[in-house]
Ligand binder design. Structure first.
Ligand SMILES: Nc1ncnc2c1ncn2[C@@H]1O[C@H](COP(=O)(O)OP(=O)(O)OP(=O)(O)O)[C@@H](O)[C@H]1O
Ligand SMILES: [Mg+2]
Length: 230
């Protein structure tokens, strides 16, 4: 199986005024195609910083990061954006949907941003069906429940068939029942379609749907273990 993520000695230092904040202090790991990896760790341990680097949203201070063979660390901002649009889908705690567009409209907007002017109605329909959103495709975000909005956000992240799906606390704004539904969708995407997933969570039960759990502390990997399913 090929590596979808190769991270070597990643360092991230934020400069705040005259103070350096060391958010990542030499993080190395690989993720193989088809893995579901959960990232856990206390607040401030560097989880989101790591995810933003993997997602091409942030350039590391030092180190190497490759997504599906493409180097993200030593390219221009424009090249990084291009790699992100082709290879990566990202879901955040806040759903960040475009408020005046329907569910389907949000997906079509994502297609256009990714350079597909005509879009692919078949693919959109397939994703909406997979996420059980068919009856809601004409609804705007305000007409959707939190769980449905997050499923639209997951659908949008999948629109470019990303090699890597990243999620930062995807259930952080959801109640128990909707959390279960969204987590089950992510699990299915991984188990049935082989989607590679990296998910940050504070919830141990959510983390356990991964085959592997990376535990961070103080910008380092404290441990990196396969769960029983692995
Ligand atoms: N843009 C920024 N500028 C300066 N410091 C930052 C910035 N973003 C994060 N940090 C700092 O970097 C460290 C790691 O932050 P990060 O957001 O990666 O943690 P986290 O593990 O995601 O935490 P949480 O569980 O609370 O979301 C923290 O000390 C944080 O204060
Ligand atoms: Mg965070």
């Amino acid at each position: 199986m090929k590596n979808i993520v190769e991270a070597h000695n990643l360092t991230m230092t934020y400069r705040v005024g005259k103070i350096d904040v060391h958010a990542l202090n030499g993080v190395s790991f690989e993720i193989r195609e088809g893995e579901f990896v959960s990232i856990v760790g206390q607040s401030g341990s560097g989880k989101s910083t790591l995810l933003h680097i993997l997602g091409g949203l942030l350039q590391p201070t030092a180190g190497i990061v490759k997504i599906d063979g493409e180097d993200l660390a030593s390219v221009t901002d424009a090249q990084r954006t291009d790699i992100r649009r082709r290879k990566i889908g990202i879901v955040f705690q806040r759903f960040n949907l475009f408020p005046t567009l329907s569910a389907d409209g949000n997906l079509r907007l994502a297609e256009r941003i990714r350079g597909s002017a005509a879009g692919n109605a078949d693919r959109r329909a397939k994703i909406l069906k997979l996420l059980n959103l068919e009856p809601r495709i004409h609804h705007k975000p305000i007409e959707l429940s939190g769980g449905e909005q997050q499923r639209v956000a997951v659908a949008r992240a999948l629109i470019n068939q990303p090699a890597l799906l990243l999620a930062d606390e995807p259930t952080g704004n959801l109640d128990t029942e909707n959390s279960k539904i969204v987590l089950d969708m992510l699990r299915k995407l991984n188990a049935e379609l082989g989607q590679t997933v990296v998910m940050i969570t504070h919830n141990p039960e959510a983390a356990s749907i991964g085959q592997r759990i990376i535990n961070m502390r103080d910008g380092r990997i404290l441990d990196d273990q396969e769960t029983r399913k692995g």
